[in-house]
Design a protein around this ligand. Sequence first.
Ligand code: SDX
Length: 381
Amino acid sequence: MGETDIKDIKKGLDGVVADYTAVSKVNPDTNSLLYRGYPVQELAARKSFEEVALLLWTGELPSADELAEFTAFERSHRAMEANVKAAIDLLPLTCHPMDVARTAVSVLGANHPLAEDSSREAELSKAKSLLAQFPAAVAYDQRRRRGQEPVEPREDLDYSQNFLWMTFGEEAAPAVVDAFRVSMVLYAEHSFNASTFTARVITSTLSDLHSAVVGAIGALKGPLHGGANEAVMHTFEEIGIRKDESRAEAATRAKAWMEDALAQKKKVMGFGHRVYKKGDSRVPTMKSALDAMIEHFGRDEMLGLYDGLEQAMGEAKNIKPNLDYPAGPTYHLMGFDTQMFTPLFIASRITGWTSHIMEQRAANSLIRPLSEYNGPDERHL
Ligand code: SDX
């Protein structure tokens, strides 16, 4: 008999309930997502990313004083530490920005005076520092890939305004800032997804918060997970983006591309989800943000590509888009390089990951599943 006589192995832990969580509720039956009980659509419509971060970490929306205290901390801790910039400068421009992001978090962990302190107070402090300091690393990496000098953060701007300021060196239009804010709120948290569960596994050994986040970044990089938003844009680029093309013509080309891809049994990123089978609850809200960017920049052909791919996938396999599908083109229209999209996902998901790290630590049990041996029978030298 192997480690277990249970034969119903759940590959990919599909359908396996591994633990309780109070952080968020994903409900595929009602196609809904709650962050600490609040529908994500309401939060995306009415709350800042800073407020949502505090909600995820503490379980409650902040009072005015709590928000003011966190805002002051976050705005005064945005500058990139010298050795973070030095570490990034050691990395070749040919490496993926997710590798830069992973490295930056490692250095931030090495720098933090409370790195090895796993008390709730220390973990919350590290989570707040990480949220504040990570955008500068992403913005710097984006700019160095364009041969541009880094832009210093500004304390008079909110989180989203400052992220865009540091990246592009100019104040973004309010419509662009709001679309970015919506993406940060929607990407923040999603129960036991692969990267969050990775963070919980690492935390369950009593390792430190930054190690758990670095591991989560590794998981998020994959195109079956967070890397999908970058892959969506590669699909659009492969079909060809023609700025003056009509919406109808773009849709026709996109449909043809999808039909060919599916005929070749390709997996098209941005579609499908392990939990949602009737559609990702976040997509309508993110699609509205994309529509706002398409209108703001006058890029109707992007809507044609979006609609064409979605229609063809729906007709062929009845598979719906996930959050990464509208998020990719939204970030493209904002001006981010395609490879920078998943680091933006990190910036937001730091809140969800660190909330789960704190929850795991508060009621920990080492995560160590069983396996059923199917190798050679016992044999001897
Ligand atoms: C995220 O878990 C989370 O919550 C993640 C996330 C979060 O917020 O953290 O929501 C973020 O990661 C969203 C997902 C981003 N990934 C992609 O867009 C990658 C493309 N999607 C697929 O690889 C797939 O849908 C998964 C991996 C997301 C989920 O796949 P499952 O549940 O393991 O199901 P499966 O891959 O076995 O697919 C079932 C069937 C298969 O057909 P058959 O082989 O049985 O004929 O559906 C097909 C698949 O081929 N299918 C697809 C497809 N997704 C599923 N076919 C083509 N293109 C796709 N995208």
